[in-house]
Write a protein of this length. Structure first.
Length: 292
C-alpha cells in the first residue's frame, strides 16, 4: 500500500451505544430503567382498560383482589376499580413528576446561572433569596401555596415546582462558578459575545450533566409530595391519583388494607425506579464519581 492510499479507520461508535454500554454495567440502574418502563406501560394502557372514567362505580364496595375478573385488584369503599385507578394514577404521577421537575429545574438553573456567572452582589442577593426559601420546610411551604392557589392538579404541579428549585439553583451556581473562568469562556468573551449567549450557549451545556442527574431526584420527590397532599385530603378529587387512593383508603385500613397498600406499593416502585435511574446516570455522566 502506498502512502497516498487512504487509511481505513474503524468507524466511530455512536454516542448512544457508548452511553448504554456504560449504563448497563450498573445492574441496579438497569432494574430502575425496567421499573420505569413498567410505569410508563401502565400509563399507556390506562385508556385501553378503562376508557370511560376510572372514578366510576365498577362493582360492589370493598371487593378483595382476585375475586372477580371484572375488578382484578378489587374495589374501594365506593366500588371503584382499583386497577383502573392504578393505571390512570400512573399517568398523573408521571405528569406531576415531569412537569414539576421542568418548572423547578428552569427556575433553579436561571437563578443559579446568574449567581454563579456574575458573582458579587448578584450572587449575594440571589443566594439570600435561596436561603430564605430553604429556611421554610418544603412541605410547609407547599401546604401554604396549595391553600392560596387551590388544590387543582395544575396548581399542585406549579406549587411543587416552586418549592423544589433551591437545590438545582445551588448546583447550577457551583457549576457556573467553576466554568466561568475556563479558556473556552474567556475566548468567546474576548470575541465580544454577550452574557446571555455565553450563559446559555457556552456554559450551560457543560453544566447540564449533574443537573440532569438531580432531575431524577426531583421527579421522585414530586410524586411523594403530591401523594402526601392527597393523603391529607388536599389533592385534586377530579383525578385518579395514587395519593388520593391511599388517602381515601385510610377509613377502611383495618378491614380492607389493600385499598391503600396497592397504590402505596406502586408509589414505592416508581420512586425506587427514579432513584436507581439517577444512580445510573450519575455513573455515566459524572466520571468523577465513578466507582474505583
Amino acid at each position: 500500500m502506498s502512502l497516498a492510499d487512504p487509511i481505513d479507520l474503524p468507524p466511530e461508535e455512536p454516542r448512544w451505544r457508548v452511553f448504554w454500554r456504560r449504563y448497563r454495567r450498573n445492574k441496579a440502574a438497569v432494574l430502575g430503567l425496567v421499573l420505569l418502563g413498567c410505569v410508563v406501560l401502565l400509563a399507556a394502557v390506562a385508556g385501553l382498560y378503562e376508557p370511560v372514567d376510572p372514578l366510576r362505580r365498577a362493582g360492589p364496595p370493598l371487593t378483595w383482589p382476585f375475586q372477580t375478573w371484572d375488578t382484578p385488584l378489587g374495589t374501594d369503599q365506593l366500588g371503584r376499580d382499583i386497577l383502573a385507578g392504578i393505571l390512570h394514577g400512573a399517568r398523573i404521577s408521571l405528569l406531576i413528576g415531569v412537569v414539576a421537575t421542568v418548572i423547578s429545574i428552569a427556575i433553579g438553573v436561571v437563578i443559579g446561572a446568574l449567581a454563579g456567572y456574575f458573582g458579587g452582589w448578584v450572587d449575594d442577593v440571589l443566594m439570600r433569596v435561596t436561603e430564605a426559601f430553604q429556611t421554610v420546610p418544603s412541605f410547609v411551604l407547599l401546604l401554604a401555596l396549595v391553600a392560596i392557589l387551590g388544590s387543582s392538579i395544575e396548581n399542585i404541579v406549579l406549587a411543587i415546582g416552586i418549592v423544589s428549585w433551591t437545590a438545582p439553583a445551588r448546583l447550577s451556581r457551583a457549576e457556573f462558578m467553576s466554568l466561568r473562568r475556563r479558556e473556552f469562556v474567556e475566548a468567546v468573551r474576548n470575541l465580544g459575545v454577550g452574557h446571555t449567549a455565553i450563559i446559555f450557549r457556552e456554559i450551560l451545556p457543560n453544566a447540564l450533566p449533574p443537573i440532569v442527574i438531580y432531575a431524577s431526584v426531583i421527579m421522585a420527590l414530586a410524586i411523594l409530595l403530591e401523594s402526601a397532599l392527597a393523603f391529607l385530603g388536599l389533592g385534586d378529587p377530579n383525578y385518579a391519583s395514587w395519593g388520593n387512593m391511599i388517602g381515601q383508603g385510610r377509613a377502611v385500613l383495618r378491614t380492607a388494607w389493600f385499598v391503600s397498600a396497592i397504590p402505596g406499593f406502586a408509589i414505592v416502585l416508581t420512586v425506587l425506579s427514579f432513584s436507581l435511574l439517577g444512580e445510573g446516570l450519575n455513573e455515566v455522566l459524572n466520571p468523577r464519581q465513578k466507582k474505583t
